[in-house]
Design a binder for this molecule. Structure first.
Ligand code: FES
Length: 647
């Protein structure tokens, strides 16, 4: 069998592979990150690499322009190795940055968290994480008091803290003699206690202090982590980054498919734990001078597929009828079982799922939203990668998952990106000149468009007459920003010209992107219609609508209504909650009773499988138009269009 050597620059990593191997697959094997939201199907055009030298073949794709081909640009997933090669990997936004932020009192994030804590305390929940430092002064052993070290420690814990027979792992036991004698029998025990048991998870010097926890939202696209002081409840800092699994596909389905490939499951598990979560934790503890051993409690929330992949459990049956996950509620684990780089004995809690496509992140969000304590009918929409919807109040909770795909986090959109520095987060288009004005996250040139920007863009293009209700770009509009892409045979609108963008390429949106976005918004709106219908309710019965998820905090509700993503109801009914899953995980970190509540929510929530509703498809097709085929549902949008006509 003929072998070839492939060198990846700038990291200078080389790998020997057999001739004919697929370049994307080879990069994955070599541990090289290449963005691949479509999972290697050749649809998204994001796996661009530059072939510096070497024989290869690439299948035809209309996604690369002639100029790019001339410059050696290839799509890795369509490229096959024919000889020794040198390949240059572009700087990829997805892995480029871990975004770290201090949470200050009074800012938006901390206000949302405070509000959720207040809601829990008003419901009678007691703030008690179960983690504490036990400061112990043990009598030194003598010939008369020759009790063994472990028993001596336990005796003092019983005397001072009323703790009977705490558990102590072999690893901790091994440290006891040295730790006791180092501090002249003064020691700090790191204790985790709940209603069933108590464990000594570490020993430390008497005068050191600080015990910490981690709470995290494991999103399909983005992972967000808080480092929390467990004594005060203060969030020391927040960090987020892309989920490194996006190199294996942008949505849960492509990840499940990839997990079935050789080494697929192992690579997915490593990407999320070693490639994403541990680097985020490292960054947080280094920046804040926190000792890893002092992090003794972790709470994670993720959708059902992410929960499986986080534990390295095969998710295959989630996507096969009748859609059965391996587990709904995961037993408590230790950090060392999962590979989380904190105190190895730290307790790891993974919030319970509801069903195949409604997971612990939604349970966590519902916990934080407080819907379960309200009399009003509340709609909760999580707009991230895919969309999950919950309808309910203190008496019932109904949920469904819409296959919206990753469009609202910028996935499968040619110039889409997640809400990170360089993302265009809001857009306006002049009705006369069709010139856009944009807002970019961070102090850099624009790199792409995130969810809130995409929603603005579709709404603005529609209201200014650039696109019609089917999302087709008009050839009548006179602007040099509107042009025909011969290779793809579609019209496109240039939002940012090459000279003004971060990487010197035009930032555009074409009719294929618009179609993807319309399908995504239709999936959400039709899901919402079916959910209301199955509860025997109409929009008039809904008192409040909570929006959560990774769509971006700059979401303009009015524009989301204008494109028919959200219902056309009084805007004062809407409330944007941000990352509700992370807030819920924080609550579970600090309130033991919140963990029980999460379990109760997971058990009581009814999951509705949309595909079993005969009229779901009909609703979906109607919602694929802007805003909808039934304009009576969108009186506000009709009003805006009429106002435009009168101009
Ligand atoms: S086009 Fe190659 S991964 Fe999407």
């Amino acid at each position: 069998m003929e072998k070839c050597t492939v060198v990846f620059n700038p990291v200078k990593k080389s790998i020997i592979v057999k001739k004919g191997a697929n370049l994307l697959e080879v990069a994955r094997k070599a541990g090289i990150f290449i963005d691949a939201p479509c999972g290697g199907k050749g649809n998204c055009g994001k796996c661009r690499v530059k072939v510096v030298s070497g024989e290869h073949q690439m299948e035809f794709t209309p996604l690369l322009k002639e100029e790019e081909l001339k410059n050696g640009i290839r799509l890795a997933c369509l490229t096959f190795i024919e000889g020794d090669m040198v390949v240059e990997i572009p700087h990829v936004d997805a892995v480029e940055g871990i975004f770290v932020e201090d949470i200050k009192p009074g800012d938006e994030k901390s206000e949302r968290i405070e509000k959720a804590c207040k809601m829990l305390t008003e419901q009678g929940f007691k703030k008690d994480s179960g983690a504490f430092s036990a400061y112990l002064k043990l009598p030194s052993p003598t010939l008369d008091d020759n009790v063994a070290d472990l028993e001596r420690l336990k005796r003092e814990l019983r005397k001072k803290y009323g703790i009977n027979n705490p558990v102590c792992s072999l690893n901790v036991m091994k440290t006891i003699p040295a730790k006791l004698r180092e501090g002249d029998f003064r020691v700090r025990g790191l204790i985790l206690k709940d209603k069933y048991s108590c464990e000594v998870v570490g020993l430390d010097g008497f005068y050191t202090d600080g015990i910490y926890g981690i709470c995290a939202d494991i999103g399909t696209t983005t992972v967000a982590v808080n480092l929390v002081d467990l004594t005060t409840g203060e969030i020391i800092a927040f960090a987020s980054s892309a989920n490194l699994q996006i190199q294996y596909g942008g949505d849960v389905i492509s990840r499940i498919i990839y997990s079935g490939e050789e080494e697929g499951l192992d690579r997915l598990k490593k990407s999320i734990v070693d490639g994403t979560i541990n680097p985020l934790i490292n960054k947080l503890i280094l920046k804040n001078n926190v000792k890893r051993e002092n992090i003794i409690l972790c709470v994670f929330a993720g959708n059902t597929t992410m929960s499986h992949l986080f534990l390295g459990i095969d998710p295959a049956n989630i996507r096969l009828e009748p859609y059965i996950p391996v587990f709904k509620e995961c037993p408590e684990l230790k950090a060392k079982d999962v590979g989380i780089n904190v105190n190895p004995e730290a307790k790891v809690i993974l919030l319970p799922n509801v069903a195949s496509y409604v997971g612990g992140d939604i349970v966590s969000g519902i916990l934080a939203s407080g819907i379960w304590a309200q009399d009003e009918n509340i709609l909760f929409l999580d707009l991230g990668t895919n969309g999950e919807i919950v309808l309910g109040n203190r008496d019932y909770l109904l949920s469904c998952a819409c296959s919206a795909g990753p469009a609202f986090e910028g996935g499968e959109i040619s110039c889409g990106m997640r809400a990170a520095p360089g993302a265009i987060e809001s857009i306006k288009i002049d009705r006369e000149t069709f010139e856009p004005s944009i807002n970019v996250l961070g102090d850099i040139k624009p790199k792409g468009i995130c969810g809130s920007g995409l929603i603005d863009l579709i709404a603005e293009m529609f209201l200014s007459g650039i696109i019609d209700s089917k999302g087709k770009i008009s050839r009548e509009v006179s602007s040099d920003r509107i042009r025909y892409d011969e290779d793809l045979d579609v019209m496109e609108y240039v939002l940012v010209r090459d000279k003004d963008s971060y990487d010197g390429r035009d930032i555009t949106i074409n009719e294929i992107d618009i179609d993807n976005l319309l399908r995504a918004k239709a999936a959400v709106y039709s899901g919402l219609s079916v959910l209301l219908n199955s509860a025997g309710l109409t929009l008039r019965d809904v008192d409040k609508i909570i929006i959560a998820g990774g769509v971006g905090s700059n979401l303009h509700i009015r524009n989301a209504i204008n494109i028919g993503l959200l219902p056309d109801v009084d805007e004062s009914k809407y409330y944007y909650m941000g990352n509700s899953s992370l807030i819920g995980a924080y609550l579970c970190l600090l309130f033991q009773e919140a963990r029980d509540k999460a379990k109760e929510i997971s058990d009581s929530m009814t999951y509705i499988e949309l595909s079993t509703f005969p009229f779901y498809m009909e609703e979906f097709i109607k919602a694929c138009f802007i805003p909808h085929t039934d304009l009576n549902l969108f009186p506000g949008v009709v009003g805006l269009l009429e106002k435009n006509k009168r101009r």
